[in-house]
Design a protein around this ligand. Structure first.
Ligand SMILES: NC(=O)c1ccc[n+]([C@@H]2O[C@H](COP(=O)([O-])OP(=O)(O)OC[C@H]3O[C@@H](n4cnc5c(N)ncnc54)[C@H](OP(=O)(O)O)[C@@H]3O)[C@@H](O)[C@H]2O)c1
Length: 299
């Protein structure tokens, strides 16, 4: 395949007032952390290089969180160090809800009244006076989202946050959130072979309402926080499609995601400059109907 190294090759989507290229970057893998078994210690200079190179190659949508940190590195502080002063076109999306103490231990989920503090932590670390988009990362299908979303909506009114998104939610919870304020994106787990019951419904529901659907673990699949896709049969099937296009399996997984709808954005996570280029090249990869049928069948 002759590929273009340009994140804009997959087109754009709007997150409220922000227009972003559909191929972005997830910052979780930049730090390396024992909490997630993300491949041990990362090198600060390499992570900064990845961030700068991503932007040079057209990435204008970076997903991060204050709770993405290792004993040595913080994703937010890396972004600040690498990219400030920020280009007006760069959209940084953060998420709040989960809590980690300074030693990295997970603490209780934030109450609605604690979300302001988490937003302010993101502001300090990123060196910004407002956040473009903040996702409320929810805890599960049976708990209500409205109070947390309402707390973020109040921060929009206060000028600290421009737009609100949610994460780890059902279609019904998306509607509960929409009843409180405008929701610009939904971040759920979704990948070639990682499609839980109800997952597709959320993707379609977002499309119907003009909301971006932003899957995570697109490459890792059921490998999740560990290494990329552990499932051998899926890996073989993805590999077969990859060989036909002379591209990598990761690129096939990303291209499949982007083919799920114009409102689907990709935020592949990497701390590796070669993987970054590989992922950005996937923005210009187009799968055939036969490829899509073969990959769909893996779900
Ligand atoms: N809302 C939520 O609850 C939630 C949860 C998890 C993650 N997220 C966000 O979603 C983003 C994406 O998820 P993720 O980073 O966990 O998983 P991912 O993007 O599906 O996969 C990342 C894994 O694949 C490897 N990788 C990346 N590009 C590759 C390539 N071209 N070839 C081979 N291996 C490659 C990475 O290792 P290397 O670093 O060595 O490349 C890493 O092990 C995160 O960075 C984070 O911003 C959100």
């Amino acid at each position: 395949m002759t590929s273009t190294l340009d994140a804009s090759a997959a087109g754009t989507w709007t997150l409220g007032t922000r227009t972003v290229n559909r191929l972005g970057l997830g910052a979780m893998r930049l730090t390396g952390t024992a909490a997630f078994d993300l491949g041990g210690r990362r090198d600060r200079a390499t992570s900064i290089r990845v961030l700068r190179q991503a932007v040079e190659l057209g990435v204008d949508h970076i997903d991060t969180a204050a709770f993405y940190f290792s004993p040595w590195l913080s994703a937010n502080q890396l972004i600040h160090q690498a990219l400030a002063p920020y280009d007006d076109d760069l959209t940084i999306v953060t998420k709040v809800g989960p809590g980690r103490d300074p030693s990295g231990e997970w603490t209780a989920w934030a109450r609605p009244d604690q979300l302001r503090g988490q937003v302010e932590q993101n502001l300090r670390e990123l060196g910004r006076d407002h956040l473009d988009v903040v996702n409320y990362r929810h805890t599960g299908p049976s708990k209500p989202v409205a109070d947390h979303v309402g707390a973020l909506a109040a921060l929009v009114d206060d000028g600290l946050v421009r737009h609100v998104g949610i994460s780890n939610v059902t279609a019904e919870q998306v509607d509960h959130a929409r009843a409180v304020t405008e929701i610009v994106c939904v971040q759920n787990r979704y990948a070639v072979a990682c499609r839980e019951a109800g997952a597709r419904e959320v993707l379609d529901h977002c499309g119907k309402h003009g909301i971006a659907f932003v899957p995570f673990f697109t490459i890792a699949g059921d490998g999740q926080e560990g290494r990329p896709a552990a499932d051998a049969s899926t890996a073989d099937a993805v590999q077969a499609v990859a060989e036909q296009h002379a591209v990598s399996p990761a690129q096939i997984r990303l291209a499949w995601s982007l083919a799920q709808g114009p409102h689907v954005l990709a935020i592949p996570g990497t701390g590796d400059p070669a993987h970054l280029q590989d992922n950005i090249a996937a923005a210009s990869l187009r799968l055939t109907d036969a490829d899509l049928r073969a990959l769909d069948a893996l779900g």
